[in-house]
Design a protein around this ligand. Structure first.
Ligand code: SF4
Length: 214
C-alpha cells in the first residue's frame, strides 16, 4: 500500500523544521477539531504571539481566548478544551511542559496525554510522531481512518484507538518515525483526493486491488 501510494502521489516528507515543540503540537491538535490544518496552525501561532506562554493561556480570560480562536470551527469549545488541558498540565507538572514524556516509552507517554482533557488517540499520536519527539506512532485522522476501514484493514466501525491498535503491530518493523509519518500523510492524501467520503473514485485508486469496498 505504501509503495503504491508513493507511486501515485510521490514522496511526502515532513521537513525537520516543521517538527514543532511538543506543546505547540498538542495545542494545535486540541483546538483543531474539524478545522483545516492551516487554520489550526495559524491559530496556534497566534495564541503564542498574543499570550507569550502556554501558562498565560491557562490563566487567560475565556472570552478573550475564544475571540483569539474565532477562526476555529468551534471557537468556544476550542477555547474551553484548550484552557482545561493547559490547566491540567500546569496542575500536574508545575508548568506547561511535556519534557517529562521524553523519559517514558511511547505507549506510556500516549496514555499520559490521553488522560488530559480534550486529548484522544489522534492527538496523542500526533504529539509523539510529528513533533520533535519524532517517535513511531501512526496518526489517523478521519480521512485516513475511512480509507483503512473501507479497505478492510481494520473493522468497519473501528474508532481511532482501535484502528491504531490494529495497525501499529503490522507496520514494517524497519520503518522509522519519518516513514510512519509519511504513511499517514499519504493516507490522508488518498482520502482527500480519491477515497472521498461520498462517491469514492475506486476506478482511479492505486490500492483498489487490496480493497474490500472496491
Ligand atoms: S478502492 Fe475505493 S474505497 Fe478502496 S481505498 Fe480506493 S477509493 Fe477508497
Amino acid at each position: 500500500m505504501h509503495e503504491l501510494l508513493i507511486d501515485t502521489f510521490g514522496r511526502v516528507i515532513r521537513p525537520d523544521d516543521k517538527r514543532r515543540d511538543p506543546m505547540w503540537t498538542l495545542v494545535q491538535g486540541v483546538i483543531g477539531a474539524r478545522a483545516k490544518t492551516v487554520v489550526s496552525n495559524d491559530n496556534t501561532d497566534r495564541l503564542l504571539s498574543e499570550y507569550g506562554t502556554w501558562e498565560k493561556v491557562a490563566e487567560a480570560d475565556l472570552g478573550a481566548l475564544t475571540r483569539t480562536l474565532q477562526t476555529a470551527t468551534f471557537p468556544a469549545m476550542a477555547a474551553e478544551r484548550l484552557q482545561a488541558c493547559m490547566q491540567e498540565i500546569v496542575r500536574q507538572r508545575g508548568s506547561a511542559t511535556l519534557d517529562h514524556l521524553e523519559e517514558l516509552d511511547t505507549a506510556e507517554a500516549m496514555a499520559w496525554l490521553e488522560r488530559l482533557p480534550g486529548v484522544a488517540r489522534k492527538i496523542s499520536a500526533g504529539v509523539m510522531n510529528t513533533s520533535r519527539f519524532n517517535r513511531k506512532a501512526l496518526v489517523l485522522d478521519s480521512g485516513h481512518r475511512r480509507v483503512v476501514q473501507r479497505m478492510g484493514l481494520v473493522p468497519a466501525k473501528a474508532d481511532t484507538a482501535r484502528a491504531y491498535d490494529a495497525l501499529m503491530p503490522v507496520l514494517p518493523s524497519e520503518w522509522t518515525a519519518a516513514d510512519v509519518d509519511e504513511h499517514h500523510l499519504l493516507g490522508k492524501r488518498l482520502a482527500q483526493t480519491i477515497c472521498r467520503p461520498k462517491r469514492p473514485d475506486c476506478g482511479s485508486c492505486p490500492v483498489r486491488s487490496d480493497c474490500e469496498f472496491a
